[in-house]
Structure formats: structure tokens, C-alpha cells
Ligand binder design. Structure first.
Ligand SMILES: [Fe+2]
Length: 506
């Protein structure tokens, strides 16, 4: 499998989408669906909890000095970058899915004089063209839109909206279906799509690369039944890559690394191409196959061509916390859902402004015995998402996991608190913001001079519903129950983000 064959398979998918647009039924069905979403602005007025899903109109925003409640730790200095979908409407048309919005990259800068905030939309080719046109020009992942420009590669639809990392001095805004976009780490000016090597132009580069403590970086991309694997040096040099057939043509959002392996879970999702041809989006065309298994793919980091496949009963996964191995047993944790309901049913409803209850997603743990090729699954009951670990233990044995969590299960399963799970004792430490806040992913930032896992600050973002403003929160990761040591309040609200990373000042 080479790049030409890989891109040919991507081209087939794009051609299908484009052909869809010419079918007479397309416009009728899309119009019927879109009418629901045109009502969304009215519904949002009565649902202040969902304000952040209204999105921005394409404007950049900044604040020189957030209002600090509490006291910022003296050793917490650096840049906290986040990324998420920030624009959902153009020309009276609204996206049907949270994942569709254009990437808005944020920089929260923690300095001696407090916290500033800056956010800029990634100037992808899509964003620039649609900003000029005043309307959506290309199909989105969860919204069937008639293409008004040629769909040459998947980067034509690249929203760069999922994660942001710093690599070799520049920021990379990531989206799983296409190229990373480089940005200036200080100004957030977009520099353009990144090509790792001439033969890799336009190849998918997932939004969940894994960086080990020494700076080594591992990543993957999937598209239409193909899987590409990447290894980078701590200096950001591409060391090797490999393209192979995936065990299933399913959406794969994240993966985990252990000391010696890359671990993938291919959930039982069938993409109904007939549904796409009849005018449905890719999200709407995804069908859950409850009787099929999850394919676990375990690839050797030392030789990407060497892998094994195992199976477990159907479950859905978006995010992994970490993986590690001892005595030829791999331990993997992730967040589990029973099926795709949150993805293709609940999410479109909240994008219409409906305040509906999501299905819970819960911690799950796999033990993969490589000697016997046996897999065991254990689960916990907390309702949470967006797991993170101390960056010093990525791919190594870890004790702690950190999540935003729905502390009160009667609040529409809203993530309204933070939690640390001690895997060794099974004990949790958590803080509940109450029903007035929605919490996003929180990341682990090592305390200055510390050498031990968990001696850290936990830093994230939240939305204050009564104030209708966003804030950054800082906890002592060793005592979440004590509450945040500091909150940095902005005078405005922000669209919710997916993921980000904190880079301490050296
Ligand atoms: Fe993600």
C-alpha cells in the first residue's frame, strides 16, 4: 500500500459525496433536516446551558487580564493551548453536529501578571473560502452539504478543530481526517497545512498523537479501511511510517501506546454508503452493529508491519487514558459507551438547542495477555469523559487518571466536576462545581521540581452558566476535593473545546 493507493481510496469517498450532491433527492432531504436547525437560535435563548454551542461568527477574540479568583500557583507559568469547533452557522445554515465546526485555537497564557486569553480561528482553506463566500461550501462530517467547490482531497474539508500540540517550536492544529495545520505559537497566525514528507502530502494525521516523556511522538491516521502509522523523534523528525489495511473500515478517534506497542480498538461501526448517496451525512450513515465484535489491533512499535488481532464484544470508545505493559500483559484504560447514540443522536439534538440527557460514558480497563492472547474487561460506573494522565507516564505504568465528571447524575449527565482515580486503591478524589457549571478536559501540569507522578496542577476550562462566561480552573492534583486554588474568569463565553495541552515555561 502506498500513498497513491491510499489517496485513491480517499478520492473514492470524496467522489461519492460529490455524486450525492447531484441527486434530486439530496436537496429535498437536506432541506427537511435543515429546517430543524434554522430554529436553533430561538431554542438557545431558552437554554443558557447550551450557549457555548451557539459558536462564534468567525471573529478572533482576546483578553489581556482575566479576573483571578483565588491565587495562582507561583510555579504555574506557561501556555495552555486548546482547540475546538468554534463556528457552526453561515448564511442561515447551521451544522447538525458539534464535530463539524471550524477550529478555534485558544492560548491561555499564565504569567507573572496573571492570565491572558487569545483565540483565533485556524485559517484553513475551507475557513478562508467560506468566510469570503458567506456560506458553507463543502460537506461536513455530520452535515450533508452540497459541495460548491471541487473536493480535491480531504483537506478541502479540513476544519483543524480537534486538538493542538506544540512540536518543534510551532503549534499544530489537528483534525483526524487530514493534514495538521501549523500556527505561530505566539500570534496564532496560521502558516498552512503540514507535509511530513513529499509522499505523505494530504495523508490523515489523527488529533490524538501520543508524546512520551522523552518527546518521542507516535500517531496514526485512518481513512476508508486504511491505517497509517507514524513515529517522530523528540526533535520532531519523522523516523518511520507505514500504511496497511485496517481490520475494519470504522472511525478510529484515539489510540494508546505502551512501552512496546500501539493499541487500537476498532468498534463495530458500518458506514452505509447507500445512505450517503441518498443524502445523509457520514455521521448519519454510521450504523451500530451490536452483534459484532470490537477488533483490538496491537502493533509493535519497533516494526509497524508486525501486529496481532484480538476481539471483545461490542462497545464504543472515543478516548484512551494510557497503556502500559508488565510480564507480557498490556493494561489499557479508556472511556466506554454502549453504542453510538451520543454521537449520532444526542449530539445533533443539542446542536439544535434541545436540552436532552446523554447516555453515560464510563471508565473501562482492558488486560491483554500476550502469552495467551486473552483479553479481560473491567468497568467502573462514574459518568465521565476526556481522560488524561501525567505526561511523565505516557506509555509507562501509571497510577492516576484525571477526568471531568458528571458528579450529580441528575444534571443531564453534564460534566460538572473533576475527578482523580487512583487505579491502585480504587479510590477517587473529586470536586463538584454544582449544576451551574460545565467542565471541559483538564490536563496535568507537573509542579516545579517534582519528580513523582501526580505531583502536579490540574488545569482546565469551564463555563459559568449564570454569568455566561468561561474560566480556566487550576487545582492541586493531589487534593481536588479542596476545590480550585484559582479560577481565571474571562469577560466573555467561549465555544467548548475538545482538547489541548499545557507547555510550561522552561
Ligand atoms: Fe478526542
Amino acid at each position: 500500500m502506498n500513498r497513491r493507493h491510499f489517496l485513491q481510496s480517499m478520492g473514492t469517498a470524496l467522489a461519492t459525496t460529490a455524486a450525492t450532491a447531484s441527486l434530486p433527492s439530496w436537496a429535498r432531504q437536506a432541506d427537511a433536516v435543515n429546517s430543524h436547525y434554522r430554529r436553533a437560535p430561538e431554542l438557545f435563548k431558552t437554554n443558557p446551558k447550551l450557549t457555548c454551542l451557539r459558536g462564534f461568527q468567525g471573529q478572533d477574540i482576546s483578553c489581556d487580564a482575566a479576573w483571578i479568583e483565588g491565587k495562582l500557583p507561583a510555579d504555574l507559568r506557561g501556555d495552555f493551548y486548546r482547540n475546538g469547533p468554534g463556528l457552526f452557522e453561515r448564511g442561515g445554515q447551521r451544522y447538525h453536529h458539534w464535530f463539524d465546526g471550524d477550529g478555534l485555537v485558544h492560548a491561555w497564557r499564565f504569567g507573572d501578571n496573571g492570565v491572558s486569553h487569545q483565540a483565533r480561528f485556524v485559517r484553513t482553506k475551507k475557513f478562508v473560502a467560506e468566510q469570503q463566500a458567506g456560506e458553507f461550501l463543502v460537506p461536513a462530517f455530520g452535515t450533508a452539504i452540497e459541495p460548491k467547490i471541487p473536493l480535491r482531497t480531504s483537506d478541502t474539508m479540513n476544519t483543524a478543530n480537534t486538538n493542538v500540540i506544540r512540536m518543534d517550536g510551532r503549534l499544530l492544529a489537528l483534525w483526524e481526517g487530514g493534514s495538521a495545520h501549523a500556527m505561530d505559537a505566539q500570534t496564532l497566525t496560521t502558516q498552512g497545512a503540514v507535509t511530513w514528507a513529499p509522499e505523505l502530502a494530504g495523508m490523515p494525521f489523527s488529533a490524538h498523537p501520543k508524546m512520551e516523556a522523552d518527546g518521542s511522538l507516535w500517531n496514526f491516521g485512518t481513512m476508508m479501511g486504511k491505517l497509517i502509522l507514524y513515529q517522530f523523534s523528540p526533535q520532531g523528525k519523522l523516523l518511520k511510517h507505514h500504511i496497511m489495511n485496517a481490520p475494519r473500515s470504522a472511525m478510529v478517534h484515539d489510540f494508546a501506546i505502551s512501552q512496546k506497542h500501539m493499541i487500537f480498538l476498532f468498534a463495530p461501526i458500518h458506514l452505509n454508503m447507500d445512505a450517503v448517496r441518498s443524502g445523509k451525512s457520514m455521521v448519519q450513515a454510521m450504523e451500530w452493529q451490536a452483534k459484532e465484535s470490537v477488533k483490538i489491533m496491537i502493533v509493535e512499535k519497533a516494526d509497524f508491519s508486525r501486529f496481532r488481532l484480538l476481539e471483545i464484544p461490542a462497545l464504543m470508545v472515543f478516548h484512551f487514558g494510557n497503556a502500559w505493559e508488565e510480564n507480557n500483559v498490556i493494561h489499557v484504560d479508556f472511556v466506554k459507551s454502549d453504542n453510538l447514540d451520543n454521537f449520532n443522536d444526542w449530539m445533533p439534538k443539542i446542536m439544535r438547542g434541545e436540552d436532552v440527557i446523554s447516555e453515560p460514558s464510563t471508565p473501562a480497563f482492558l488486560k491483554i495477555d500476550l502469552n495467551r492472547n486473552k483479553v479481560s474487561l473491567t468497568e467502573r460506573s462514574e459518568n465521565l469523559e476526556f481522560p488524561r494522565v501525567d505526561p511523565r507516564v505516557v506509555g509507562q505504568r501509571n497510577r492516576y487518571l484525571y477526568y471531568p465528571v458528571a458528579v450529580e447524575k441528575n444534571t443531564n449527565n453534564t460534566l460538572n466536576g473533576v475527578m482523580r482515580l487512583d487505579q491502585e486503591s480504587g479510590k477517587t478524589d473529586s470536586f463538584n462545581f454544582g449544576s451551574d457549571c460545565r467542565l471541559e478536559e483538564h490536563v496535568v501540569v507537573s509542579k516545579a521540581g517534582s519528580t513523582k507522578e501526580g505531583e502536579a496542577w490540574l488545569v482546565g476550562v469551564g463555563f459559568d452558566i449564570p454569568r455566561q462566561t468561561s474560566f480556566a480552573s487550576v487545582f492541586d492534583a493531589q487534593n481536588l476535593a479542596a476545590g480550585p486554588v484559582a479560577l481565571a474568569h474571562l469577560p466573555y463565553w467561549l465555544p467548548h473545546c475538545f482538547h489541548g495541552n499545557f507547555y510550561s515555561k522552561a
